[in-house]
Design a binder for this molecule. Structure first.
Ligand SMILES: C[S@@+](CC[C@H](N)C(=O)[O-])C[C@H]1O[C@@H](n2cnc3c(N)ncnc32)[C@H](O)[C@@H]1O
Ligand SMILES: [Zn+2]
Length: 325
């Protein structure tokens, strides 16, 4: 697929060849900076490594050495798309957009998704460390929050949606014309240039603090969203939800302390009243979705709330950090 038909064309300046970055290209020679250019439907570096842009509109920048993890399943991603599409997490997307905009010169103060349908065709590949705002979301899922953030940033801003799930990446590639969707593992070295990201989002996603610090601009902003105690408590017992252990905020601050300075902490509660289908989607789009089916969850919802709507509270912490020195 030609990158011109995808947001990859506009995020190319920030991407790096994963086979070249920080090491030899496998043939023993040290290759320049691993910058990538488009060659038909392939992204290539100067050393000749090539990465196909698939029909799903995303590029796989995982190398053969990378561990094989699949990320969220088709059913989990479909549930996330449907749940977020119904705007239940709008207060979170709005807050992320406001925080990103407040940190970015020239941004609108409030998001207005309806006004932002830019194709990015005027975007000139600036130097990655240049002034074009770059938002990157690690574990971006369907790209829903990233698209909301881009809508609040200046018109040339570009977004990189990173995930390992092909189902998520296909959705993210279509979430906004200036989102480029890229497959790589958060745990490994990131195929992203140094100091080029202005807003880095981590929303219920894996973290890699060393790489997060490396790719963030000196004046960049890291936003981390984690569940708080009581998050989805009403569903937890009846549906036997797994995972989602609340991340102790002080522990997160501790772990980030040598690389990031805490800049803000907000708690966000979103009370929801859901249909049975929506409650199933909410359960399925989280870690529980790795272990359970929609049918199974649906039976449990019907048993616990027969013919009734389901009241549930989303409890989140939104933490902002600035890179240290
Ligand atoms: C709970 S979802 C959050 C999605 C998105 N941030 C949102 O809030 O809508 C976590 C996402 O991280 C992805 N993921 C899991 N492990 C990953 C890894 N090692 N590297 C990159 N993405 C990963 C999953 O495929 C999934 O899409
Ligand atoms: Zn290369």
């Amino acid at each position: 697929m030609d990158p011109a038909g995808t947001g990859l064309a506009v995020v190319l300046p920030v991407l790096r060849c994963p086979a070249c970055v920080g090491a030899s290209g496998g043939d023993g020679a040290l290759h320049a900076d691993g910058a990538l250019h488009a060659d038909g439907g392939v992204l290539r570096c100067a050393a000749g490594h090539g990465f196909d842009i698939g029909r799903g509109g995303y590029v796989n920048l995982r190398t053969g050495r990378a561990r094989r993890i699949a990320g969220d399943t088709a059913a989990m991603v479909a549930a996330r798309q449907s749940f977020l599409g119904a705007d239940h997490y709008r207060p979170l997307t709005t807050r992320l957009a406001e925080l990103a905009a407040a940190s970015t010169p020239g941004a609108r103060s409030a998001p207005n998704p309806g006004r932002d349908a830019g194709t990015g065709t005027n975007f000139r590949p600036a130097s990655p460390a240049g002034s074009v705002p770059v938002a990157l979301e690690i574990g971006a899922g369907t790209g829903h929050h990233l698209a909301g953030v881009l809508a609040a940033l200046p018109a040339g801003a570009v977004g990189v949606a990173v995930d390992v799930s092909k189902y998520a990446l296909r959705r993210a590639a279509r979430a906004h014309p200036r989102i480029g969707a890229v497959a790589y593992d958060a745990a490994g070295p990131w195929p992203v240039a140094d100091g080029c990201v202005s807003v880095l989002l981590d929303v219920f996603a894996p973290r890699n603090l060393a790489e997060m610090r490396r790719v963030l601009r000196p004046d960049g902003l890291l936003i981390v969203v984690t569940p708080e105690p009581g998050h989805l408590a009403e569903l937890r017992g009846p549906l036997g939800l797994v995972g989602m252990q609340p991340d102790k905020g002080d522990r997160l601050d501790e772990r980030t302390a040598d690389r990031f300075a805490p800049a803000a902490l907000e708690r966000l509660d979103i009370p929801l009243v859901l249909s049975a289908d929506e409650a199933v989607d909410l359960a399925l789009m989280g870690p529980t979705g790795h272990h359970r089916t929609a049918e199974d969850l649906r039976d449990q919802v019907e048993a616990a709330w027969p013919g009734r709507r389901v009241a549930v509270t989303v409890r989140l912490a939104v933490r902002c950090y600035r890179p240290r020195g």
